[in-house]
Ligand binder design. Structure first.
Ligand SMILES: Nc1ncnc2c1ncn2[C@@H]1O[C@H](COP(=O)(O)OP(=O)(O)O)[C@@H](O)[C@H]1O
Ligand SMILES: [Mg+2]
Length: 350
């Protein structure tokens, strides 16, 4: 064990403070150092990847990627490849790039649909054919949300409702000329469209690398807010309650669309936290068996169970460079340092 941890950033992007680092990076570096370990932050660029890989493998027990998606000009492919090689050489990924991909992908919901966290009638489509095969009957069962995999701002996240005069029964295969009302989460704007033409439009989300759409029931109680848990390893740190704008069609929890945020303590949401903690080992197992992510979020919506009690439905998980800049004063960096040292010590011995 080298007792040495490297934090990896990429230059540029909109997430940097006056010292050129993300505002949450040096607090974490310093928190690791405060425990008597070594830590440093470096900047990754594609052209230096071989040199950086060698440096990481020679000197560190673990790496902590702190690169926001979109920051590296030519995409994250080469960066992730370098991290995979570092892990193959024994450096612990916190998290490993394939864990970031696996947890963050929208089809993680489908992998969790036989748990209590996700409705069983949640589907993933990887081709236009699969969308066209299943969506006309899933929509006949009720209002749906179709989510693209890429992006994180509500773009390509469509609430779809039937707006046709003709009667239908649940389970019917709706005709392609069915009138539908589509609302996009990015800004809650509404488009009146036809089913067949809309599915063709969705091909843009299905084509190419990582293209997919997830189809899940629309949760009307999203009006009461989306509830995000931020965790460090197994420990819930805070809860963000994101209430969509009040307008008629609004269902989006993004700030851009007018949602309001409130920060709560985990103790304010005991049922949700308990549910999550009961399921956390199942989540990590079903999403690939990676180490529990270092800093991650899970977003929930409210529903009712058969008895009319509150029930929580998972909407998405993210562990790609989750930030906590809003909470530097509350000592999250110390918990991050504890978790880093816990994992390294468990894996590499005292
Ligand atoms: N099943 C659903 N029912 C109701 N609203 C939903 C549902 N899924 C997503 N939303 C709303 O759409 C927003 C964007 O969806 P999300 O899955 O978080 O994608 P993104 O990656 O764009 O953040 C959520 O914040 C939530 O407000
Ligand atoms: Mg989201």
């Amino acid at each position: 064990m080298k007792k040495n941890v490297i934090f990896i950033e990429a230059p540029g992007g909109s997430d940097k403070g006056p010292d050129g680092h993300r505002r949450d990076t040096m607090p974490m570096v310093n928190a690791v150092r405060a425990q008597g370990w070594q830590a440093e932050a470096i900047f990754y660029t594609d052209d230096k990847r071989d040199e950086i890989l060698q440096y990481i493998v020679d000197n560190f027990d673990a790496y902590v990627p702190r690169v926001n998606p979109g920051t590296i000009p030519n995409g994250e492919q080469l960066f992730f490849e370098m991290l995979r090689k570092a892990s193959d050489a024994g450096v612990i990924g916190m998290p490993h790039p394939d864990a970031m991909i696996g947890y963050g992908a929208k089809d993680a919901l489908v992998r969790l649909r036989d748990t209590d966290l996700v409705p069983s009638n949640t589907f993933a489509y990887y081709t236009l054919e699969e969308l066209k095969e299943n969506f006309p009957s899933s929509l006949s069962q009720g209002e749906r949300v179709l989510k693209q995999n890429r992006g994180s701002t509500g773009e390509g996240i469509w609430r779809v409702a039937i707006a046709d005069e003709r009667p239908h029964r649940p389970g019917d295969v709706l005709p392609l000329d069915t009138a539908i009302k589509c609302t996009e989460a990015v800004d809650n704007h509404v488009e009146m469209r036809q089913l067949g033409e809309f599915m063709d439009f969705c091909n843009q989300y299905l084509a190419g690398d990582g293209g997919m759409m997830v189809d899940m029931p629309f949760m009307p109680r999203i009006k009461e807010g989306e509830i995000r848990i931020l965790l460090v390893g197994h420990n819930p740190i805070f809860v963000v309650h994101k209430k969509p704008a009040e307008s008629e069609d609004a269902f989006s929890a993004t700030l851009f669309s007018g949602a309001r945020y409130r920060y709560d303590a985990p103790a304010d949401w005991p049922d949700l936290i308990q549910l999550f903690q009961e399921n956390v080992d199942v989540i990590t197992a079903k999403l690939g068996g990676w180490n529990i992510p270092l800093i991650w979020t899970a977003d929930f919506m409210l529903d009712w169970d058969e008895a009319g009690n509150d029930k929580y439905v998972l909407g998405e998980i993210n562990c790609s460079c989750v930030g906590f800049t809003s909470h530097l004063d509350s000592g999250i960096q110390d918990k991050v340092a504890d978790e880093i040292i816990r994992v390294i010590t468990a894996e590499k011995g005292a």
